[in-house]
Design a protein around this ligand. Structure first.
Ligand SMILES: [Zn+2]
Length: 374
C-alpha cells in the first residue's frame, strides 16, 4: 500500500490550471466531466462513485410537500404571500418561519407561497463523511485521515487548513485535505476578479509546499489534487416567465424550482405537460436535459422533476431560489460545457489504466491508490 495525499479544491476549473504554475506542471493531469447539478451530488460521485439515482436525491431541495418547512402553515401561506407582497417583506417572513428547519444549512430564497412544497433531502458527504449511508472512500479506507473544515468565515478556512496540514502532512499516512474557499471567491467576484486570482496564487503556492513536503517523506506515495467542477463568469441574469406562458404554478397545476441555472418542473396536472414542454423548448437560452442524458448521468428518477432544464454557460436565473440577484460566477451548467470541467492531477507512480473521464472514474482511481492495487 502506498501512502496517499488527496488535496480537494472545491470549484477548481480545469481551464484555470494555466494560471497555476506548480499544478500545471503535474506529471499527469486529466480534465474531468462533472455530473449535472451541484456539489451535493457531484461529491457523492467523487467520493462514493454514486449518481443521483443511486443516492436518491438530485440537488439539496426537492419537491416533497409533507416534509417541507411550511407544511403546517399550508392553509394560510397563500394569504401571507398576498399580505407580504413586497420582496423584502416576503423573504423576511419566509426566513423567520424557516428558522429551526435544518440549522446550519443554506436556506432557499423562495416566496412564502412555495414554503409548503420543497424539502431538503440531499446531504453533503464531506459534512459528516462517516455517516454517509453508502459505501464510500471514507468507510472503505478508515485509515484515510480527513481534515475537518473549521467553523470560520468563508475565505478564511483554506489558510487555517493549510497551516494545520503543514505541521503534520509529512507525518501522516494517507490524508484528505479539503480546501473549500475558492468556490465562494468565484461566486462573489467571478473568475477574473482580483480576489479570485489572488486565491488561485495562494492555492498553487500552498499545494506546492504541501505536495513537496509529503513527497519528501513518502517518495513512493501518491499526491492527488482534485476538484468537483469548474466555474464561469455570469454575464446576464434571466427572469423566468414560465407562469406568463403556462399559467399560475400551484399544487394543483405544476411547481418549479430554480437553482441558480437549473430549472426543475414537476407537472401535477397532465394537461400542463405540452405547454410547459413547448415553453422550455422555445426559451432558447439553454436546453432541456434529454432522456438519454438523464440515463447517462443517473437522473432517471421521476422524482427529480418531469422536466430538467439547464441554462447556457454565463446565464443565471435572477431571482432564483439560490439568490435574489445573479452571482458573479456560477457552475452547475451542462457537464460538457467548456468551463465546467474539473481537475484530476497526480504526482507519483504513473497510472496504467484508461484516462479517467468522469467523477466516478476518479473515485475508482482513488480506491486503487488507497486500496494498494496501484
Ligand atoms: Zn459553488
Amino acid at each position: 500500500m502506498r501512502d496517499t495525499l488527496i488535496i480537494f479544491v472545491d470549484s477548481l476549473p480545469y481551464r484555470t490550471l494555466s494560471q497555476m504554475p506548480f499544478l500545471n506542471a503535474a506529471p499527469e493531469i486529466w480534465p474531468i466531466i462533472p455530473g449535472f447539478g451541484y456539489s451535493v451530488n457531484i461529491h457523492a460521485e467523487l467520493f462514493a462513485g454514486l449518481l443521483p439515482d443511486d443516492v436518491g436525491y438530485f440537488g439539496e431541495w426537492t419537491y416533497d410537500p409533507e416534509l417541507s418547512p411550511g407544511w403546517k402553515w399550508r392553509s394560510i401561506l397563500p394569504l401571507l404571500d398576498k399580505l407580504f407582497r413586497p420582496y423584502i417583506l416576503n423573504r423576511g417572513l419566509q426566513h423567520l418561519l424557516m428558522q429551526g428547519y435544518r440549522p446550519g444549512r443554506i436556506m432557499i430564497n423562495i416566496p412564502l407561497r412555495d414554503l409548503d412544497k420543497f424539502a431538503l433531502k440531499g446531504d453533503h458527504i464531506l459534512d459528516n463523511p462517516q455517516s454517509f449511508p453508502h459505501p464510500s472512500l471514507f468507510s472503505k479506507f478508515p485509515h484515510l485521515k480527513v481534515l475537518s473544515i473549521p467553523h470560520l468565515p468563508k475565505g478564511e478556512r483554506d489558510l487555517s487548513l493549510y497551516r494545520s496540514a503543514l505541521n503534520t502532512v509529512h507525518q501522516e499516512g494517507s490524508m484528505l485535505l479539503p480546501l473549500p474557499d475558492l468556490d465562494g471567491f468565484g461566486h462573489a467576484y467571478g473568475i477574473t476578479g482580483t480576489p479570485y486570482r489572488a486565491h488561485l496564487d495562494f492555492l498553487d503556492a500552498s499545494i506546492a509546499t504541501l505536495a513537496n513536503k509529503y513527497r519528501a517523506a513518502h517518495p513512493d506515495g501518491h499526491v492527488f489534487v482534485i476538484s468537483d467542477h469548474g466555474m464561469v463568469n455570469v454575464a446576464q441574469g434571466i427572469t423566468l416567465d414560465i407562469e406568463a406562458y403556462a399559467g399560475k404554478a400551484s399544487s394543483q397545476t405544476y411547481v418549479y424550482f430554480t437553482d441558480a441555472n437549473l430549472l426543475r418542473v414537476w407537472v401535477l396536472d397532465e394537461g400542463k405537460n405540452d405547454v410547459i414542454h413547448t415553453y422550455l423548448q422555445q426559451l432558447g437560452r439553454g436546453q432541456l436535459v434529454t432522456p438519454e442524458e438523464r440515463q447517462t448521468y443517473g437522473l432517471t428518477s421521476p422524482g427529480f422533476g418531469d422536466f430538467i432544464f439547464v441554462l447556457d454557460e454565463g446565464l443565471a436565473f435572477a431571482p432564483s431560489t439560490f439568490a435574489r440577484h445573479k452571482p458573479a460566477g456560477m457552475h452547475g451548467y451542462h457537464p460538457l460545457a467548456p468551463g465546467q470541467q474539473a481537475v484530476c492531477s497526480h504526482f507519483g507512480p504513473p497510472w496504467q489504466g484508461d484516462s479517467p473521464q468522469r467523477m466516478s472514474d476518479v473515485y475508482h482511481m482513488l480506491c486503487s491508490a488507497l486500496g494498494g492495487t496501484w
